[in-house]
Design a protein around this ligand. Structure first.
Ligand code: 5RP
Length: 229
């Protein structure tokens, strides 16, 4: 039974990713997201490149860059980027106002830099990611390792109940050499205010709230159809 559910969720992610790829045209520079949904987008873009699509791309993580290169997608250095036409990325939670929680895969900082530099951010997700109110998914906050204990204390003061993310018995380290504090809010009533409060803490590099960044949310369903917000 668990196996069937897993397969169904993969279908939902795949159709959302493939629908996003229909927005891509030759000549575009793309932002490539991170995670299991973005994986399907990168795989589809790879196929399109092999069929003759001419695009360049930048990636939001080392993992996605490696996958993209393996698929034959040309990755360019940021010095050569003058415009990113479309960024396609997943989300951990999304609401109807296209506000997101991202960073479940630990790539939120690079994801936010690339989303902010893109003309259009297309978010791809299965239905389970769509929520009425953000916050059930622990909000990832990237913090620098220096004096992280003090940064965690400040997060506690914002009622974040932060837990430093671990990988095995070590702290998880991002592609930028930082830690992730997963903040347990349950319900985030005012994402804009929280975003500002978190980024105001010295030691916080960035947080996983993406507000006013996404232009389109493509939701994949288990029956293979998609819906767009
Ligand atoms: C990585 C992210 C991902 O987009 C997010 O975690 C969703 O991942 P998935 O598509 O595997 O559910 O923000 O930092």
């Amino acid at each position: 039974m668990a196996y069937i559910c897993y397969m169904q969720i993969n279908i939902a992610k795949k159709v959302a990713a493939e629908q996003a790829a229909t927005y891509i045209k030759s000549g575009m520079t793309l932002g490539l997201g991170t995670g299991s949904t973005a994986y399907y987008a990168i795989m589809r873009i790879g196929e399109m490149v092999r069929e003759g699509l001419s695009v360049k791309a930048v990636a939001t993580s080392e993992e996605s860059e490696e996958l993209a290169r393996a698929q034959g997608i040309p990755i360019i250095p940021f010095s050569e980027v003058d415009r990113i036409h479309i960024d396609i990325d997943g989300a951990d939670e999304a609401n109807a106002a296209l506000q997101l929680i991202k960073g479940g895969g630990g790539a939120l900082l690079r994801e936010k830099i690339i989303a902010a530099a893109s003309d259009q951010m297309i978010v791809i997700a299965d239905e389970s990611k769509v929520v009425a109110q953000l916050g059930k998914f622990p909000l990832p906050v990237e913090i620098i390792p220096f004096a992280y204990e003090l940064t965690l204390r400040r997060l506690h003061q914002l009622h974040a109940a932060p837990a430093l993310r671990k990988k095995g018995d070590q702290y998880f380290v991002t592609d930028n050499g930082n830690y992730i504090a997963d903040c347990h809010y349950e319900r985030i009533a005012d994402p804009e205010t929280l975003h500002a409060q978190l980024n105001d803490i010295p030691g916080v590099v960035e947080n996983g709230l993406f507000i006013g960044m996404a232009h389109l949310l493509i939701i994949g369903k288990e029956d293979g159809t998609t819906r767009e917000i």
